[in-house]
Design a protein around this ligand. Sequence first.
Ligand code: S3P
Length: 170
Amino acid sequence: MIITLTGYMGSGKSSVGKELSSRLGWPFIDLDGYIVHKKGMSIPEIFATEGETAFRSVEAECLRDIVTMHQLTGENAVLSLGGGTVTISSVQHLIFGQTFSVYLSASVDTILQRIGGTDSGRPLFDVDKAAAMLEKRRPLYEKAGLTIVTDGKTPAEIAQEIIDEKEKNI
Ligand code: S3P
């Protein structure tokens, strides 16, 4: 089984993913990290040289690779998606139909507190546009099988909540 974590930039997908993987004893995969490894370029470099459309095709290809590989081997994994992976219509059926998908819901305030004042290496992050972009994407994130409100919670608390909910669902 793959547990996918989705949510806006700065919603804690990577830190919760690592915590969850260590609690479950499952491998952790970060989709952005996988893309960087495959392309040999950083995310900002890919956006700058090839643009968002090309980035989304690589992102979709990497996600398909990971899901197919795990379906063939039957291995478990915790997979943190990028904040925009759910916007790629050709992979939505994989995320929501083939994995245990979890939306880490964070308020704009929480997001801005986490990554607002930093150069976080996220080409699409803009303090002034974060609220509108989050609202636009929210219906897609909400397609996940499970939504966890993360405001004010630690990665350890969130990971445990996911484990508890997953056990109820199986
Ligand atoms: C993006 C989110 C980023 C990364 C890329 C695009 C987005 O991932 O995939 O910069 O469109 O929201 P994180 O959510 O891990 O920052």
